[in-house]
Design a protein around this ligand. Structure first.
Ligand code: HEM
Length: 426
């Protein structure tokens, strides 16, 4: 059973020191057990790998209703009794028009997710990869010619945004608009800028755009991916309201933009600070996928997700009452010493590395994981191919012994705000 901390616990959600570097905090909590009640928040905090997987796979007892809003947001109803499943189902049904698949449960979630099927087939991803290769090559050449760049916002964000736009078949002439509205939005998981995801200006723009675009395809089908999305049916054969595929399309940008861009920044920092690894990857690019899996485990860009207990249940040997919010520390589970030998060390080709939970697990496992893996690999291949050395810019971040590198103050996302790099041509 969990013990109380000796000193006052820092607040995960608002304490800047924890937001900027969560790893010591995770270890402080882990020292009290793999599943503990926080002292200053009404929630359970899971740092254990086995326990995190257990909750993620337990769809019967846990709802995803709070995955997006997060475990610190107030519940929209009062909890009574040992089983709140009906309350949760009624609430989710009532807001169906605005909610996103990540917050849905059961059949409603399966139906929403099924609309992505036409996009995520191997042939579509293959075509998308061809776009990634030419776009990444073009960007890499351009940045090398300049001698350097700011990799997170100048390279990664436009790259991953346009990759998703290409996946969806957004015409080339409209793509700049997507970049512009997305660039204007705040990063997710920042309590200061807490904004309901469905209310943000960028996402409102996208819903409107896709509604119009998909509507045109329903009226006049063409032989393109947007038509397939417009005509996709639910597993029971019914045709969804137009807003549903529009939400699915829009959600790809919300879910897949910052996450991938920050993974690019975190991984780039690593190869700048570990020149041996940079040289190995440059000499043998077939090592890049294994390198990225270990980066996902150690510096994955999604620190956490959350679930709500819908009935009295357990996680491991900890009793969980109905209505309890559960913080699932994905980044903590990925460093659980009971699961990973020497968990804080980077190890290329770690056994069974793909079992990390950087992409979640179970019904809500990241739908974009195959895409994320390919897009980040392709960008690294091209940047390494066109350079003989990539280094952190001392001009912007100071010398190695006194680096000024800042992380996003987000409770969800782990990633550098900026990373300026110097690129030496090959
Ligand atoms: C390194 C990059 C990424 C990371 C670390 C990441 C992480 C995650 C995680 C942890 C979840 C599960 C959330 C939960 O269980 O509550 C998730 C869900 C999701 N991700 Fe990703 N993601 C990444 C990139 C992408 C990309 C590129 C896309 C799309 C193009 C994408 C689309 C989605 C979608 C649609 C879901 C919701 C799935 C569902 O609710 O069924 N993600 N992601």
């Amino acid at each position: 059973m969990a013990t109380a901390p000796d000193t006052a616990e820092r607040d995960y959600f608002t304490d800047k020191s924890v937001l900027l570097d969560p790893y010591d905090f995770f270890e402080e909590i882990r020292a009290r057990g793999p599943v503990v009640e926080l002292t200053n928040r009404d929630m359970l905090f899971v740092t254990g790998f086995r326990e995190a997987v257990e909750v993620l796979l337990n769809k019967a007892d846990f709802s995803s209703m709070i995955a997006g809003p997060g475990p610190a947001a107030p519940l929209p109803f009062e909890v009574h009794g040992d089983d709140i499943s009906e309350m949760v189902a009624a609430y989710t049904a009532s807001i169906r028009e605005r909610e996103l698949m990540v917050n849905q449960d059961g059949d409603m979630h399966l139906a929403a997710r099924s609309l992505l099927n036409p996009l995520l087939v191997p042939s579509r991803l293959k075509a998308n990869e061809a776009f990634m290769e030419s776009f990444a090559d073009e960007m890499a050449r351009e940045m090398v010619a300049k001698g350097g760049c700011e990799v997170v916002n100048e390279v990664a964000v436009p790259y991953v945004t346009l990759v998703i736009a290409d996946l969806l078949g957004v015409p080339a002439e409209d793509r700049q608009q997507f970049r512009d509205v997305i660039d204007a939005g705040p990063p997710p998981g920042n309590m200061d800028a807490a904004e309901d995801m469905t209310q943000s200006a960028a996402l409102t723009f996208m819903i409107g755009y896709f509604m119009r675009y998909l509507g045109e395809r329903r009226a006049n089908p063409q032989s393109d991916i947007m038509t397939e999305l417009a005509l996709a049916r639910y597993p029971d054969g019914t045709l969804p309201d137009l807003v549903e595929p529009a939400k699915a399309a829009m959600f790809l940008f919300a879910a897949g933009q910052d996450t991938s861009a920050k993974l690019i920044g975190n991984s780039m920092r690593y190869i700048c600070e570990n020149r041996d690894m940079q040289d190995r990857l440059r000499a043998d690019p077939s090592l890049i996928p294994a390198f990225l899996e270990e980066m996902l485990r150690l510096e994955g860009s999604t620190k956490m997700t959350a679930r709500l207990a819908v009935r009295n249940t357990r996680i491991g040997d900890v009793e969980v009452p109905a209505g309890k919010r559960v913080f699932i520390g994905l980044a903590a589970a990925n460093r659980d010493p009971r699961r990973w030998d020497d968990p804080n060390a980077f190890e290329l080709n770690r056994p069974r590395i793909k079992e990390h939970v950087a992409f979640g697990r179970g019904a809500h496992t990241c739908a974009g994981a195959p895409l994320a893996r390919v897009e980040v690999r392709v960008l690294f291949e091209r940047l390494l191919r066109h350079t003989s050395e990539i280094a952190i810019s001392e001009k912007h971040h100071g010398p190695p012994e006194n680096r000024d590198l800042r992380y996003e103050a987000s409770y969800i996302i782990r990633g550098l705000e900026k990373l300026h790099i110097d690129l030496k041509p090959r």
